[in-house]
Design a protein around this ligand. Sequence first.
Ligand SMILES: C[S@@+](CC[C@H](N)C(=O)[O-])C[C@H]1O[C@@H](n2cnc3c(N)ncnc32)[C@H](O)[C@@H]1O
Length: 269
Amino acid sequence: MEKRLEVPTPHIEPLPHRNQISAETARVPTFAAERTPRIPPATVRHMQLIDTVSIPGADNELALYKRGKDYFIKILGGQDLMNTRAHASEDALGEIASAGLRQTRQARVLIGGLGMGFTLSAALRQLGVDAEVVVAEIVPGVIDWNRGVLAEFAGRPLEDSRTLIQAVDVAILLRNERVGFDAIVLDVDNGPDALTRASNQWLYSRKGLSVILQALRPGGALAVWSAGPDRAFTKRLQAAGFVVEEVSVRAHAGKGARHVVWLARPSSP
Ligand SMILES: C[S@@+](CC[C@H](N)C(=O)[O-])C[C@H]1O[C@@H](n2cnc3c(N)ncnc32)[C@H](O)[C@@H]1O
């Protein structure tokens, strides 16, 4: 059942129980690049807090808010992660990563970060009936939201028989992969340099990229979402053995903020 709580601005009146916003979590950190514009406090006050879920390995929680017919995922008392209004760049990520795989027999795709399921849905639209899409989502509560109130927004991709969802850090799957993927898709953060979760840094590091390279099948590709450009990351990809294409994608169809998708293919097959 949905909890419908009016959310106070963090510094006024903390809510009781697990929805309480402490002075510590209310302090909003500054990030190099962000996925969605920070929601002004006055607007937050008009949102309903639907649920909060704990983030494994972290002190804070993820919160699901609702305003009108739209939902917003935020770090409780802090940064916005994404919403159901602006998802054109997440769609583009799934399309770019899976384009050309429809004819590939038993194509395998790994997606790091379920979020609201838009990238997963876009990938499924590109793929054949015998494909498999493994999705790693580190926050089990996010998977529950996608099976519940968020399900319709991306067209219920978790119910697609080609989807295999796992509540796990994508880094663990990458380190243990033996069969190989035709596409690896990463959207676990705001980008290589705008980390909301410090442990994700490994994924974008030289070591992480070489593990990803090993996990790709011949002809495979890595696609990475970022809120903004990052020249150092492009150079790291190249140094790790990838040929890199940088694609500019918009937050809304044809308008809005410009985000970046790196499409990286092994330089030697
Ligand atoms: C911005 S959202 C992804 C949005 C997604 N592309 C979509 O279409 O909705 C990032 C997601 O990655 C998850 N995440 C963060 N770090 C992760 C990790 N290391 N492994 C798996 N999931 C992770 C977060 O919990 C969040 O659900």
